[in-house]
Design a binder for this molecule. Structure first.
Ligand code: GH3
Ligand code: MG
Ligand code: MG
Ligand code: MG
Length: 545
């Protein structure tokens, strides 16, 4: 090796070391920015502190670039720039919307931090989450039939017939879910059952769903012991299975949980937040009870942990106040208390406290109780607002979303489009090909509607064979284009009956804001436009006039 090469090597080595060191200190740097911002917001608004925060962001933007983390650098730069918008010379408190913009950017910075740390985790090779469901079933016909049905729901499926290849595969990519036949899972594999081996020896990072011919307590218990996320009996209702997979993979892999801690003792509150954040839960802190309502509306937490004794206000009164808000009626609230008086506990139950945690509480106990609660809350929420056949939002949610979008559109003077779709001659489809085929077509259309729309668009099933799409910030002309595309795509989709291929179509009616400005007329006029499509040959879209 030449001297130059040696030099280069040494440099590479040093750089690597510095980079690791940098990553090690990164959380502290970002925590300092976060704490400064919290101090500014909650304690005092001072220009000097703001400048300090801006300087920290500036340094982070620079060093992030130096060490090869461009995303981090850019996010810090954006934050630095945004801070200019709240830099008033006279320590005057800025407008709330500007503060929120910075809150968002700060949150974004924390996300990038997590991503950066995760991507650069030393020694573990990256394991990717795939979007494929694995089916393990020795009855190959059963496996094929199940995978066909799952594919109707837009799932990607792989049938696994060799367990050793599964174990190897899990080391590089873990599936969305593993569906395994439980008779198979109870077969022996090196001294243990396959079920136990999977549980004890393989690092499985996805939900496992057991499908069984048995419905007895013992079989179900064995599955539970082997960490089953769900247990279905044969013959399996695929729509329920898909719903469960959606919720499970959501729960385990997608959005972090959002939790708000209302606790007047800042240090204690931060300690609780830290316990939760270690496992990826996103924990927010509010130390002033009078700001709790605002914080809830802004953060939209899935669970609130509240202290019982706070200065000026009691937790009980605060919960009473929250419960008066229609939208917060079912928000789960856990009360943190050192109160052992049963009367107080009864009173708390009466005003709508879901659970108690006794102070002082051990970190793991606190973490596990909160996690359990929030998991259940998310599951119930999802199953109440989504239709079980199609996974689309139900009637009630559609109306809520439309009302909310309308409010936003009128406040900010933005377009909004609303479409109602109805399948043509669907009764005939059911009569000719059977109700099950009808259901499959409903699912196929739902999936078509869900794909390639913007994430801000909203698709719901209004009932029967009627669907609704709400397009926020979209002009009538653009929404029309989108629906026409979907209409043509759907009409071209082939459906297979025993010895026949057939096609199905839908008709649509479209209205928009500001042409129509209240919910009733938007819906009624879309219905009229749909009726026009139906009476003029079907398989077409009409814009309300
Ligand atoms: P049009 O073109 O005028 O809309 O005719 P249509 O036959 O589609 O309308 P109609 O309202 O007369 O019938 C709707 C049919 O949709 C009747 C009902 O059996 C069927 N349907 C409603 N919900 C479901 C469902 O969940 N699954 C299945 N398979 N069919 C359903
Ligand atoms: Mg207190
Ligand atoms: Mg109808
Ligand atoms: Mg119809």
């Amino acid at each position: 090796m030449s001297d130059l090469d040696l030099e280069k090597n040494k440099f590479a080595e040093k750089f690597k070391e510095a980079k690791l060191n940098y990553l090690h200190n990164l959380p502290d740097k970002i925590a300092e920015i976060k704490l400064t911002w919290e101090h500014l917001n909650k304690v005092e608004w001072r220009l000097g502190l703001l400048l300090k925060m801006q300087n920290l962001c500036h340094n982070l933007a620079g060093s992030g670039g130096t060490f090869g983390f461009p995303q981090l650098s850019e996010q810090a730069k954006n934050l630095e720039l945004a801070l200019n918008t709240v830099k008033y010379p006279d320590d005057e408190t800025p407008e709330i919307f500007k503060l929120q913009k910075i809150d968002d950017l700060l949150m974004g910075l924390q996300e990038v931090e997590l991503l950066t740390l995760r991507e650069n985790e030393p020694s573990t090779s990256p394991i990717h989450k795939s979007d494929t469901i694995f089916i393990i079933d020795p009855d190959i016909e059963n496996a094929i039939s199940m995978s066909r049905q799952l594919m109707y729901y837009g799932c990607k499926v792989k049938i696994i017939n060799d367990l050793s290849s599964l174990n190897k595969g899990l080391k590089t990519a873990y599936p969305l879910t593993i569906i395994i036949d439980s008779d198979m899972a109870e077969k022996p594999l090196n001294n243990k059952t396959i079920m136990q081996t999977m549980q004890d020896d393989w690092e499985i990072r996805c939900p496992i769903v057991y499908i069984s011919t048995k419905d007895d307590f013992e079989s179900r218990m064995r599955a539970i012991k082997a960490n089953a996320s769900a247990y279905f009996t044969k013959p399996t209702d695929i729509s329920l299975l898909v719903e469960r997979i959606n919720i499970l993979s959501d729960t385990l892999l997608l959005e972090p949980y959002r939790i708000l801690i209302v606790e007047d003792d800042q240090e204690l509150a931060e300690y609780y937040a830290l316990i939760l954040e270690r496992s990826g839960i996103r924990a927010f802190v509010e130390t002033k009870p009078e700001l709790a309502l605002n914080a809830i509306l802004r953060i939209n937490p899935e669970l609130v942990v509240m202290d019982l004794h706070m200065p000026h206000y009691s937790g009980i009164d605060l919960i009473r106040l929250l419960r008066q808000h229609q939208s917060l009626y079912s928000l789960p609230i856990v009360l943190l208390t050192s109160e052992t008086d049963l009367n107080v506990q009864f009173l708390a139950r009466e005003v709508g406290v879901d659970d108690f945690l006794m102070k002082p509480i051990e970190a793991t106990h606190f973490h596990d109780s909160v996690l359990n609660r929030v998991q259940r809350a998310r599951y119930t929420n999802a199953s109440m607002s989504k239709d079980s056949l199609t996974g689309l939002f139900v009637h009630k949610k559609i109306n809520e979303f439309l009302q909310m979008s309308l409010n936003l559109s009128s406040r900010y003077n933005r377009h909004l489009s609303y479409a109602i779709l109805d399948i043509d001659d669907f009764k005939k489809v059911n009569d000719t090909y059977g109700h099950l085929m009808g259901d499959n077509i409903l699912v196929a259309l739902s999936n078509l509607l869900k794909t390639h729309i913007r994430s801000s668009d909203f698709v719901g099933r209004y009932g029967g064979e009627e669907f609704v799409i709400i397009f926020p910030e979209t002009s009538e002309a653009d929404a029309f284009k989108c629906i026409e595309l979907k209409r043509k795509e759907f009409a071209e989709m082939k459906h297979y009956a025993k010895d026949e291929v057939f096609h199905v179509t839908f008709s649509a009616g479209l209205t928009s804001f500001p042409e129509y400005s209240d919910m009733e007329s938007i819906m009624a006029e879309a219905d009229k436009a749909l009726y026009y499509s139906k009476s003029h040959g079907k398989n077409r879209t009409t814009i309300a006039d």
